[in-house]
Write a protein that binds this ligand. Structure first.
Ligand SMILES: [Cu+2]
Length: 508
């Protein structure tokens, strides 16, 4: 054999071996990327129900709550203690509850050893009370935001929002529900006994490494952290006894990057009665409701005596291409919560045919259109800058905002202060699950979403509200922008560039 032939054979063998190795590595990555807990959960733990927060009513009628951010230890599994953070406890926080028209004040103390914030997700309130990255609460410090509840009954939530560290603070356990009531919601024949037939369902995904949380991201996971299991209200493998024919689940996706498509394991339909910002006009029957991080849905499930069914998250058809479904969680499935009906169930009244009027604008009176290109590297090509106001909005006006996501990965979009109406998804009327008041909307790759929202103030040219991707890894990386609400003709001020820094002293 000539020397040339020998070299050629060696080269071809080497290239073949390399190709096989790369192919094998890819196959291994592909096969190890998907996650499913369907059929694997034992449902051995009774669901924890976050306590309703205590409050006092001050002389001027203000309802006052106390929240303390603190570090602690949580036993998610017997005998294994995990370091966690929580409000008034080791993990998550109590459920705050207030009525429309009430004045509320929340006295927050930061008992952690680092600065954080508390943001009221979905709440209509003055920008300086919003708890965004400009309202930092130093370690050991306190903050006492107050406002008047001026929006319909809804399932809102609270969580930290420190720029660049939100993912970490939420993952460690800082999150809680904030339920609003109003005259209509109190009158309607909906299940409403908290913890009995009206259940908070806070869903988070986690991975454990021994007793500790493993917050590492997989090789191809550009959506952010995707956990291997789910928790509900901090309970692993949970079950809930149901003693009523109808049970209302207030679903909150408090995961940092994972989108779920919730349904029941036996395929039964349920009634969607509320979205992020409150009740729909009428209940909508469906078998699935998709929730990206930060979104909520209130569903009512009908149970038969003695039966069991499981709240499940199913693989998602609209999530993106095969690559995204595989590596970014769209193909994953989870058995989330088992419902166990008692042998005898209390009869529940039929659901009302009408729930009420939507207060979100239809968009026909919009005075301004804005466009937002959603890219991981920044919105409209610009990464977040604390000292830059991106959009200036006139108080008392309606606007139409168009979102476009086209960079290959899933995103969503959350706007502070307002609830919006989804007008269109890819040029068509939105599906029923998007027809209620919303503050967060899923925008998978290749999607255009059109929203209408009204900015009723108050005006504050110096304090911005945020809009951002609520996949917290993206948000922390800079997929966020700022808007201020001003009086007609007024100009935006200069927000502090860094927390605590006076205007004009921006650090870059
Ligand atoms: Cu994103």
């Amino acid at each position: 054999m000539s020397r040339f032939k020998r070299v050629l054979i060696i080269l071809v063998s080497a290239v073949t071996a390399l190709a096989l190795a790369v192919g094998g590595l890819f196959l291994w990555l592909w096969n190890s990327a998907g996650v499913s807990t369907v059929g694997k959960e034992s449902f051995g733990n009774e669901l924890a129900i976050p306590p309703l927060a205590q409050s006092q009513v001050a002389k001027d009628g203000t309802r006052v709550f106390d929240l303390r951010m603190q570090a602690g230890e949580t036993e998610f599994r017997d005998g294994q203690s995990t370091s966690t953070w929580g409000f008034n406890g080791a993990y998550l926080g109590p459920t705050l509850r207030a009525e429309r028209g009430e004045k509320v004040r929340v006295r927050i103390r930061n008992g952690l050893d680092e600065a954080s914030t508390v943001h009221w997700h979905g709440m209509h309130l003055p920008a300086e009370m919003d708890g965004g990255p400009h309202q930092m609460v130093e370690a050991g410090g306190s903050w006492s935001p107050h406002w008047t509840v001026d929006q319909p009954a809804a399932t809102l939530w609270y969580h930290p929002h420190p720029h660049g560290a939100t993912e970490k603070h939420v993952q460690r356990g800082l999150a809680g529900m904030f339920i609003l009531d109003d005259e209509r919601s109190e009158r309607l024949a909906l299940p409403k006994r908290y913890g009995v037939d009206d259940l908070p369902v806070i869903v988070q995904d986690v991975t454990f490494d021994g007793a500790t949380f493993d917050h590492g991201r997989g090789l191809m996971q550009n959506a952010g952290f995707l956990g291997e299991r789910t928790l509900v209200n901090g309970t692993l493998s949970p079950y809930q006894e149901v003693r009523d024919e109808l049970v209302r689940l207030r679903l909150l996706n408090a995961s940092t990057a994972r989108t779920y498509d919730f349904g029941l394991s036996d395929g039964r339909a349920f009634s969607l009665v509320g979205t992020d910002g409150g009740l729909l006009e009428r209940p909508a029957r469906m078998e699935r409701v998709q929730l990206s991080p930060g979104e909520r849905a209130e569903i009512v499930v009908r149970m038969k005596p003695g039966e069991r069914t499981v709240l499940r998250s199913f693989p998602q058809g609209n999530y993106g291409d095969a690559w995204q479904r595989r590596f970014n969680g769209g193909g994953d499935s989870f058995d989330v919560l088992q419902l166990r009906a008692a042998e005898r169930l209390r009869p529940s009244p039929a659901l009302p045919a009408r729930l009420g009027e939507l207060e979100v604008p239809a968009g026909d009176d919009a005075v301004r259109a804005r466009h937002f290109d959603l890219e991981r590297t920044g919105i409209n090509g610009r990464p977040m800058d604390m000292g830059r106001v991106d959009e200036t909005v006139t108080r008392g006006t309606t606007e139409v905002w168009t979102l476009r996501s086209d960079d290959g990965m899933p995103h969503n979009f959350h706007v502070h202060d307002v609830q919006f109406r989804v007008l269109e998804v890819n040029g068509e009327a939105p599906p029923p699950r998007l027809r209620g008041p919303k503050d967060t909307v899923f925008v998978p790759h290749g999607t255009t979403v059109k929203l209408a929202m009204r900015f009723d103030g108050p005006a504050d040219p110096d304090s911005p509200y945020m809009y951002h991707c609520h996949l917290l890894y993206h948000e922390d990386e800079g997929m966020m922008g700022q808007f201020v609400v001003v009086e007609k003709g007024q100009r935006a001020g200069a927000p502090a560039g860094e927390a605590g820094a006076p205007p004009g002293e921006h650090r870059h």
